[in-house]
Write a protein that binds this ligand. Structure first.
Ligand code: AP5
Ligand code: MG
Length: 191
């Protein structure tokens, strides 16, 4: 199994690159953001409880997200590898992921972080907000809140992987093709 984490702030291109990488390398794309939005669309209890966190740019509680990842794993037992996008976002989530992968006799091969500035993020997400209907893209204050939450709660998770020698930072500004090429170079060297 080859398991990869795409790391980086909101709007850094994790989803865009995951779609392409998942297809090229046959990895199952696990985006906790997409799973949560699906729950909201389906009007499930989980979705209803997650919505207020998402709309205000805060993180959904760990136990909700970890439970969702567990069941995604159960549903895709045959996958040859996973591409994690937007997960883990806290130390507790990183620990839960380590344990989950260890129980399947596997682990994270590498973490690649996309480096994008706050101003570029705001520009990209305001632009997407005009079309996407994503409630958390509509308001600049919420976008900046998401960025601040990333700095305070998620970026420290990088140390967990740096200590294990499994962390690489690449420029996330440039064309989608350029960034895809940089990602493929790193993955090809590890896979
Ligand atoms: P989530 O859905 O994960 O969103 P996010 O991390 O805030 O970021 P985005 O999905 O907006 O950005 P992205 O990095 O995927 O970039 P994308 O490719 O879309 O999370 C949403 C919310 O759910 C969180 O705030 C939280 O409440 C909750 N949540 C999710 N996971 C959680 C977890 N694990 N724990 C707790 N809570 C959780 O690109 C963005 C835009 O930029 C697009 O329009 C794209 O076309 C454009 N773009 C992409 N690449 C480029 C480029 N190279 N140049 C120019 N534009 C580009
Ligand atoms: Mg995304």
């Amino acid at each position: 199994m080859f398991n990869l984490i795409l790391f980086g702030p909101p709007g850094s291109g994790k989803g865009t690159q995951s779609d392409r990488l998942g297809e090229k390398y046959g990895l199952k794309h696990l985006s906790t953001g997409n799973l949560l939005r699906q729950e909201i669309n389906d009007k499930t209890e989980l979705g209803l409880s997650a919505k207020s966190y998402i709309d205000s740019g805060k993180l959904v509680p760990d136990q909700v997200v970890i439970g969702m990842v567990d069941s995604f794993f159960e549903q895709h037992k045959q996958a040859s590898g996973f591409l994690f996008d937007g997960f883990p976002r806290t130390a507790a989530q990183a620990e839960a992921l380590d344990n989950l992968l260890a129980s399947k006799q596997t682990s994270i091969a590498t973490v690649i972080a996309l480096d994008v500035s706050e101003e570029e993020v705001v520009k990209r997400l305001l632009n997407r907000g005009k079309l996407s209907g994503r409630s958390d893209d509509a308001d600049e204050t919420v976008i900046r809140k998401r960025f601040a939450v990333y700095l305070a709660e998620t970026s420290p998770v990088a140390a967990h992987y740096k200590n294990a020698g499994k962390f690489e930072l690449i420029p996330g500004e440039g064309t989608v093709d350029q960034i895809f090429e940089s990602l493929c170079l790193i993955i090809d060297a590890k896979i």
